[in-house]
Design a protein around this ligand. Structure first.
Ligand code: XMP
Length: 513
């Protein structure tokens, strides 16, 4: 994103770093995250209007503590240090950090000692979220204490020139009551950023950048039917028109009518041409008798690429591959902790760009999911589509435990349709991050009418989450679950028992495979 009004967040390994960026952006200011060890030259090139130092699990006194190679506090723009960031400011400027301080985790009452700048327009006390081991004992010489709590006598500080600030608590966390106001005071009043970051300005500058970058080249986009690739297609189409070629592959392991919905949406609502490739027979043939979840994923990923490559070969002048990659994936690969260990091999069309010598265009590599949804709204993508739950690329194949067959797909589709229909009827869809049915490779005994049954068990899963990285199981009103269970057992032949999954992530994952 090209803007002269950006805040740079240096990541010291905190679990909340992405939240800082989201909160700053909510204040209409563009923010980017970088690992703490980017060079001085890189920081100069980024030319921020302010810097935020994140928290982190380390102690500044540790041997390999994360410390930038230059004095970031003296970089020349306002700095806000959060938790570890505050301790780093104190450490570099001669304060005293107490490594033996009492750990503090949870809510605390912040008493404000100065209502200027950072705490402008705040009441005399407010609830904040603490999560720290070390704490600041003495601020650096000349620094003023601007806030304290019962446990932390030095809870917030300010440099003599009123440019450098540090807070022990986490303003980015939802539980800090006025956290957004504090960040707003920093980025708007102290750093002087004007309001420029919103979906409209993003769309405007993206269309310009994309059309300059792509020129008259052709771009190929694989449409999964998910929000990210759909909104990417609409944006790319606005920028390059008919040079965008969209392909949707029906893998045969989609929900009921999924491919039909995608094709209709593109043809009728967006008037964007889309090629539908029916791969259902090929996918099912390759998946026959395969039980191992990772093998299923690999087969599906490879089959997608094979079919995609086949249709791409028929097109001329394709130089780019469009992808709906989001910012969290980009940050993950840049993270100071390194790319996180692969728990499941998520498939995409990776491997194809090198094979076909394509360049990659990712219009959303700077955006969070909720921002893509907002861009979708602005571009006129229908509300029901933009707010749809995520759906995994390998589809129902990873929700049928054990081997996938046409019959089992039919059973699962029917149960899943009823489940989602009842969630919509109860007006709970928007409260839930993801809800789906899973068909287990287990049969159990039941009784229907006067007969004994011996049929499949269906598990229902529903979770709340903000990014899919962690999730809590959703607490349905019991009468909704009762109705769903009743309908599935009465209406779906092949299922005689319904169970509800009450596992959060971690330790569970959202999908069962
Ligand atoms: P897990 O099961 O890893 O899922 O907790 C987190 C989120 O990712 C989705 N998911 C996938 N998406 N390809 C995808 O495109 C995959 O192989 C895949 N596996 C999981 C899942 O639905 C949830 O939203």
């Amino acid at each position: 994103m090209q803007t002269n009004e950006k805040i740079i967040i240096l990541d010291f390994g905190a679990q909340y770093t992405q939240l800082i960026a989201r909160k700053v952006r909510e204040n209409g200011v563009y923010a980017e995250i970088y690992p703490f060890n980017i060079s001085y030259e890189k920081m100069k090139e980024l030319n921020p209007k302010g810097i935020i130092l994140s928290g982190g699990p380390s102690s500044v006194y540790e041997k390999d503590a994360p410390i930038p190679s230059y004095d970031v506090v003296d970089f020349g723009v306002p700095v806000l240090g959060i938790c570890y960031g505050l301790q780093l400011i104190a450490y570099t400027k001669g304060g005293v950090v107490d490594g033996a301080a009492r750990r503090e985790f949870g809510r605390a009452e912040l008493l404000i000692d100065s209502h200027e700048d950072l705490f402008m327009d705040l009441p005399s006390s407010t609830t904040v979220w603490m999560s720290h081991g070390d704490a600041l004992k003495e601020p650096p010489a000349g620094y003023k204490i601007i806030g304290h709590s019962d446990n932390s006598p030095v809870c917030a500080v300010r440099s003599p020139d009123k440019k450098i600030f540090g807070v022990q608590f986490h303003p980015e966390v939802h539980h800090t009551q006025l956290g957004n106001k504090i960040l707003n005071n920093f980025v708007r009043s102290i750093c002087g950023c004007r309001e420029v970051w919103n979906a409209e300005s993003f769309i405007e500058s993206s269309i310009k950048n994309i059309s300059e970058k792509i020129g008259d080249d052709g771009v190929l986009l694989a449409l999964s039917g998910g929000v990210d690739s759909t909104v990417a297609a609409v944006l790319l189409h606005k920028a390059i028109g008919e040079n965008l070629h969209c392909v949707h592959i029906d893998s045969g392991v989609m929900r009921t009518d999924e491919s039909k919905i995608v094709v209709e949406l593109f043809n009728q609502s967006f008037k964007i041409p889309i090629e539908l490739v029916d791969g259902s027979e090929l996918f099912l043939e390759r998946l026959k008798d395969v039980e191992d979840p990772e093998k299923k994923r690999k087969i599906i990923g490879k089959t997608f690429i094979d079919l995609f490559e086949e249709s791409a070969k028929k097109m001329n002048d394709i130089k780019w591959l469009g992808q709906g990659t989001l910012y969290p994936d980009v940050i993950e690969s840049l993270s100071v902790k390194g790319p996180s260990a692969t728990i499941k091999s998520h498939h995409n069309v990776g491997g194809l760009p090198e094979k076909m010598n394509l360049k990659i265009i990712e219009p959303f590599r700077d955006l969070f999911k909720d921002e893509v949804r907002e861009v979708g709204h602005q571009l006129g993508v229908p509300e029901w589509f933009v707010e749809r739950h995520p759906f995994p690329g390998p589809g129902l194949a990873i929700r049928i435990l054990g081997a996938v067959s046409k019959d089992r797909l039919e059973v699962l589709r029917k149960a899943d349709d009823i489940y989602l229909e009842e969630i919509h009827n109860a007006k709970l869809y928007d409260e839930i991050w993801q809800a789906f049915a899973v068909l287990l490779p287990v049969s159990s005994v039941g009784v229907m009418g006067d007969s004994r049954t011996y049929e499949n068990v269906c598990a229902l899963r529903a979770v709340t989450s903000t990014d899919g990285m962690t999730a809590d199981w959703y607490e349905f009103p019991p009468e909704v679950l009762a109705k769903i269970s009743n309908r599935i057992i009465n209406e779906v032949r092949g299922i005689n028992r319904v169970v509800y999954d009450i596992t959060s992530k971690p330790p569970g994952t959202i999908e069962w495979e």
